[in-house]
Design a protein around this ligand. Structure first.
Ligand code: MN
Length: 284
């Protein structure tokens, strides 16, 4: 199932070019009281709600996909966990370009570890990427994003895919330079998540997905998730040794080669096979 959040946080099922409004299901989510949970209540209860979503589709209002405003498919992730350099060809391009890539940041993921992006940086597919510091080089990074479905702590890689609720596309927008990643990658609008999520049961192999990113129609990134250095289960094993992963947490798995600058006026098109495609405006 392809699920989206649209307009004023309505829940939709994507079917071809239609968005089927199944928002009535959201009333079945347990009401939360202060202090509100840090995890995403919809993702946490998604398995339980799946039959109700299927029922709600019958006779539901259908919208043209082009007419809705797509938000992040996960409304309230507690954290955005991200893998730095996690494709060998991207590591190689970073090593080769000493002017753009700060030496301290160009090491293998096993040495660098993971980093966090601020949840306030997250936008959906219909919002623009707003370049805040035009004097700094700002790059696109397309990434497969795994959506955590249930609490994971010290999970073994062999079991890790049981903890994934689904997948989506992430853009890890990045200022190049020497500062900490959490500073350079967490500006408002610098974590694009969308256009929707695909539930894990519909992704046969997360390690055989084609990634493609174009800027103004020019191909920039072309890769396949089979070339991940640390794959999705290994990333979950690694991350869950340090953090308890909670329902709705987003795991950005790292970008392949071909990263490059974006400037206001650009249009980014990002797609991952089996998930979908989204076009984003870049503004000042
Ligand atoms: Mn990245």
């Amino acid at each position: 199932m392809k699920l989206c959040m649209f307009d004023d946080h309505r829940l939709g099922v994507i079917e071809g070019n239609a968005v089927i409004d199944v928002s009535s299901v959201l009333t079945a989510i347990d009401p939360a009281r202060y202090p509100y949970p840090r995890q995403d209540m919809l993702i946490m209860q998604l398995q339980r709600l799946s039959p109700a979503i299927a029922t709600a589709m019958e006779g539901a209002t259908r919208h043209d996909l082009a007419s809705v405003r797509l938000l992040s498919p996960v409304a309230n992730p507690g954290k955005l966990v991200a893998a730095p350099v996690n494709y060998q060809a991207h590591l190689d391009e970073a090593i080769a370009d000493t002017e753009t890539f700060s030496r301290a940041n160009v090491r293998k993921i096993h040495e660098t570890g993971l980093f966090l992006k601020a949840t306030s940086s997250m936008i959906g597919a219909s919002a623009p990427i707003v370049i805040s510091l035009p004097d700094r080089r700002t790059d696109h990074e397309i990434e497969l994003v795994a959506i955590i479905g249930r609490a994971a702590r010290n999970v073994r890689a062999a079991d890790a895919l049981d903890y994934v609720a689904g997948y989506t596309i992430g853009l890890d927008i990045t200022i190049r330079g020497p500062e900490e990643r959490s500073l350079r990658k967490s500006l408002d609008s610098y974590s694009v998540v969308g256009p929707w999520m695909v539930t894990a049961d519909e992704v046969d192999d997360p390690h055989n997905l084609d990634l493609a990113l174009d800027v103004n129609g020019d191909p920039r990134q072309r890769a396949n998730t089979r070339d991940l250095i640390m794959n999705v289960p290994e990333l979950i094993e690694f991350a869950s040794r340090f953090y308890t992963l909670e329902p709705g947490d987003l795991l950005f798995t790292g970008t392949p080669e071909g990263v490059g600058p974006i400037v206001p006026g650009d249009t980014i098109t990002a797609s991952i096979s089996g998930i979908g495609s989204m076009s984003m405006a870049v503004t000042a």
